[in-house]
Write a protein that binds this ligand. Structure first.
Ligand code: THU
Length: 165
């Protein structure tokens, strides 16, 4: 038996203002995108902003539904929209934040597992990592340079290769 240890690198910034200018601006877009959230059930309003290689910024809020599982996280709304509108343009980074009157969101908001999986496949498809910026209503901002730090041992499409084909 051997024990393997993984090292994860996270950049921590004191606040959004401490980020490099471009990243600060992207996070601001995510903050604005909280207003696009439709979350009457959870009252947990998430905003995500995706920066594409062509300079375009796609932003989205989480979209809920009375049939709860029918809703979708802000990150996936933004990433799926980006892929639909700009199928051949790479995603460079994604900024995520949230606001709520009922919950205190003090630390950086990490993407949920399903969104991590979608970020992973986006990276794989474009063969380039995606910077992920995570912020709460207050407190520090975290940045990771690629999904590997948030989702090691990823399930990729090559696991779906059929036998004898
Ligand atoms: N949510 C997101 O939009 N992104 C995440 O990464 C975590 C959760 C949404 C889903 C649901 O609408 C609400 O936040 C509460 O879970």
């Amino acid at each position: 038996m051997t024990i393997k240890t993984l090292k994860i690198e996270i950049e921590e910034y004191e606040s959004s203002k401490a980020l490099p200018e471009k990243e600060h601006m992207l996070l601001e877009k995510a903050v604005e995108a909280v207003n696009k959230s439709y979350a009457p059930y959870s009252e947990f309003h998430v905003g995500a902003a995706v920066l594409l290689e062509n300079g375009e910024v796609i932003s989205a809020g989480n979209q809920e539904n009375a049939a709860y599982p029918s809703g979708l996280c802000a990150e996936r709304v933004a990433l799926f929209y980006a892929k639909s509108q700009y199928p051949d343009v790479k995603v460079k980074s994604i900024a995520i934040t949230a606001r709520s009157d009922n919950f205190s969101i003090e630390g950086p908001l990490p993407p949920c597992g399903a969104c991590r999986q979608v970020i992973a496949e986006t990276e794989k498809r474009q063969n380039a990592p995606i910077d992920i910026l995570m912020a709460g209503e207050k407190g520090p901002v975290h940045k990771v340079a690629g999904i590997e730090s948030l989702l090691p041992f990823t399930f990729y499409e090559e696991k779906l290769k059929k036998k004898n084909r």
